[in-house]
Write a protein that binds this ligand. Structure first.
Ligand code: NAD
Length: 260
């Protein structure tokens, strides 16, 4: 379905991004993975994706806090693959703390990685996509692009920001065969969510089991965590030719959370 397409998935050494990279490679796309982590483990992931799918898989170690490195990542993908068709802005971090003590450096890092990185990557990728008359940009937002939760000032601000960024760029590139959409998942049990359970427990004075049941899944009427495969399946559809008329949307995959 995505044969001869070339993709970048940021933050794809773990969690949702890794699932999206696996799905795109499985559909025949060449993929540049990106993210932090142990070098040997990343190389093992890269080689596994490449060998399992008979596609090219490259790794960029670009730090999503560094605008120049993000531009260089896009340029490298264009040079190595001969063009970039698909950009999935997925890298993200979280910090949970009341605003009075929310660390300034955490605010800056979350805005940089969860919001500004998508701006820098799109800014670098759009010229080539417009020139070739085809592009698919998928921004992994969150239900927190549509609603708020306490103690997540930076994350909610960044995710609401990515919703506006998605809509704006979609309008700018609409006549050039380039679509820009955001996926807004509810809670997916990835390392990012598992890591915030102890902090949420402390901030709210709850046990970790109470946080899972009464805080995380309290918001999701299905009472089920969203799965990585469910998010990746929508990302793949949005990258295909049949999604050409879908642009500028923020699509919830949240078990009914934002219907309330
Ligand atoms: P994760 O922690 O499993 O993965 C995050 C990825 O981002 C990793 O590959 C990590 O190395 C990378 N990353 C972090 N900082 C980076 C940096 N400075 N430079 C480059 N890469 C960096 O998290 P996840 O849950 O898979 O989250 C992925 C995206 O999905 C995030 O944008 C997150 O906000 C969003 N999301 C997650 C959930 C959820 O419940 N897990 C829900 C909604 C939205």
């Amino acid at each position: 379905m995505l044969q001869d397409r070339n993709a970048i998935v940021t933050g794809s050494t773990s969690g949702i991004g890794l699932g999206i990279a696996e799905t795109l490679a499985g559909a025949g796309a060449n993929v540049m993975i990106n993210g932090l982590g142990d070098a040997d483990e990343i190389e093992a992931t890269r080689a596994r994706l490449e060998n399992a799918n008979d596609v090219r898989v490259l790794y960029s170690g670009a730090n999503m806090m560094d605008p120049a490195a993000i531009a260089a990542m896009v340029a490298e993908a264009e040079a190595e693959f001969g063009g970039l068709d698909i950009l999935v802005n997925n890298a993200g971090i979280q910090h949970v703390e009341p605003i009075e003590t929310f660390p300034v450096e955490k605010w800056d890092a979350i805005i940089a990685i969860n919001l500004s990185a998508a701006f820098h990557a799109m800014r670098a990728a759009v010229p080539g996509m417009k020139a070739r008359g085809f592009g698919r940009i998928v921004n992994i937002a969150s239900a927190h692009a549509l609603v708020a939760s306490p103690y997540k000032t930076a994350y909610v601000a960044a995710k609401h920001g990515i919703a506006g960024l998605t809509k704006t760029v979609a309008l700018e590139v609409a006549e050039h065969g380039v679509t820009v959409n955001a996926i807004a998942p509810g809670y997916v049990l990835t390392p990012l969510v598992e890591a915030q359970i102890p902090d949420t427990a402390e901030a709210r004075g709850l046990t970790e089991d109470e946080v899972k049941r009464d805080v995380l899944l309290a918001a999701q009427p299905t009472k089920q965590f969203v799965t990585i495969k469910q998010v990746a399946a929508l990302a793949m559809f949005l990258c295909g030719s049949r999604a050409a008329s879908i642009t500028g949307t923020i699509m919830p995959v949240d078990g009914g959370w934002t219907a309330q």
